[in-house]
Design a protein around this ligand. Structure first.
Ligand code: NAI
Ligand code: SOE
Length: 380
């Protein structure tokens, strides 16, 4: 009989659904000592919260997240709110001794992230941040190849995250669906929202960055704010590109925008080593492109590995070889990994401390865009 980990979910939007699906699915595909119990969901609108609870199987609702983080029947708090609430909720949850699963980006900035790390570390509570792309089998497979040393010396790392949903200048900022355009709710624009994913994956695959030089642009300078009904300056970055040096001597090139017409969520990365190169594309997420220089000369070339076999990461838990899984499974994997780590008393990466490094890179990127200078990461 599995032991229960009683989840208190805060927020019922996109991620509230993705995580709830992960909690519900995990028991059917992974053998775990602990299993999630959907205990309660907190959201300000009681009726909507109840509808969400009924659909996903939460036992009760709260309309104040503070009551949820203090509740005796909750073991773990899942933070699925806009970015400006992550710190306050996490720090309060840590005080109440709850395990915490927090959505990305960890925080609005490094200083806030440091307070969050201090809180979870002082309380000794398990913590993780949902940088879920790490747990797409093809991405995890890339990590295995890199860790095995097959690439040799790494020269280049490049990544893009391209979208096109804010091109319309009449789109307002702020409010329920458009908080990502309001710097007070989001912290930053594409840097914290999209590049944070690219940075997390890059730090995981290729190690720390030492310094960055960046440019940002805000193409639409004013938008009506939903809270005031008035045109207000737009303070987020619509696009951001940066170069960096990695500690391992390789060079990084990153681009993100919400103005790449035709692209909805084109997250790609490529890493070029002395002996091997790897390429991945979220739109074809079960494939890893591999160029292996040790292949026989005339047959040497890019191969596209369908990462769906039983010996590929996570895949033995799913269907028969060759049958693909998708985006939502990355969340199931994160739930499974969190529960396995929880049972062993081990950290589930990325922890808050790991995610703080991404925050440091984001801050350095934004500072560089402002100063037009190279900026060291984490003041190093
Ligand atoms: P959303 O706008 O769909 O949902 C946000 C939820 O927070 C809503 O249910 C809203 O009612 C709730 N909320 C806002 N203020 C609240 C308060 N004071 N008390 C209780 N609930 C409150 O947003 P989405 O897309 O789910 O994003 C949430 C977080 O997840 C963000 O930090 C975002 O960056 C992150 N995210 C991560 C993704 C990933 O790939 N890992 C994908 C999408 C979002
Ligand atoms: C923005 O559209 C968004 O939902 C981000 O918030 C997520 O983090 C990213 O995974 C997909 O795009």
């Amino acid at each position: 009989m599995a032991k229960p980990l009683r989840i208190g979910m805060i927020g019922y939007g996109f991620m509230g659904r993705a995580h709830s699906n992960g909690y519900n699915r995990v028991k059917d595909f992974f053998d775990l000592e602990y299993l999630p119990v959907l205990q309660a969901v907190a959201a300000r609108d009681a009726e909507k919260a109840q509808a969400f609870a009924d659909r996903w199987g939460y036992q009760r609702v709260e309309t104040d997240w503070r009551k949820l983080v203090a509740a005796d029947d909750i073991d773990a708090i899942d933070i699925c709110t806009p970015n400006n609430l992550h710190a306050e909720i996490a720090i309060e949850a840590a005080k109440h001794g709850k395990a915490i699963l927090c959505e990305k980006p960890l925080s609005m900035d490094t200083a806030e992230g440091e307070r969050m790390c201090a809180a979870v570390e002082a309380a000794g509570v398990p913590n993780t941040v949902w940088y879920n792309y790490r747990r797409i089998p093809a991405v995890t497979f890339a990590k295995h190849l890199i860790d095995s040393g097959r690439l040799g010396r790494v020269f280049h790392y490049r990544a893009n995250f391209l979208q096109d949903w804010t091109i319309n200048a009449d789109l307002p900022q702020g409010g329920a669906a458009l908080w990502r355009l309001d710097a007070k709710a989001a912290g930053s624009g594409v840097t914290g929202d999209l590049l944070a994913h690219c940075i997390d994956t890059a730090l995981w695959l290729n190690g720390s960055m030492t310094d960055v030089t960046a440019m940002t642009e805000t193409f639409v300078k004013e938008r009506v704010h939903q809270a005031t009904g008035k045109k207000e300056p737009v303070e987020i970055d619509d696009a951001c590109s940066f170069l960096c040096h990695f500690k391992n001597g390789s060079l990084g090139l990153f681009e993100s925008t919400r103005y790449a017409r035709g692209h909805k969520a084109l997250y790609t990365f490529e890493i070029n080593g002395e002996n091997m190169s790897l390429k991945w594309d979220l739109h074809d997420l079960h494939r890893l492109e591999i160029f292996d220089y040790s292949d026989e000369g005339p047959e040497r070339g890019w191969k596209s590995v369908h990462v769906t076999d039983g010996d590929h990461p996570y895949m033995a838990n799913w269907w028969v070889p060759g049958l693909a899984i998708g985006y939502e499974h990355s969340f199931v994997h994160q739930v499974a990994d969190f529960l396995a780590a929880y049972a062993k008393g081990e950290p589930c990466h990325p922890t808050f401390r790991d995610a703080l490094e991404t925050q440091q890179v984001c801050d350095a990127v934004l500072a560089s865009a402002k100063s037009h200078q190279w900026v060291p990461v984490g003041g190093s």
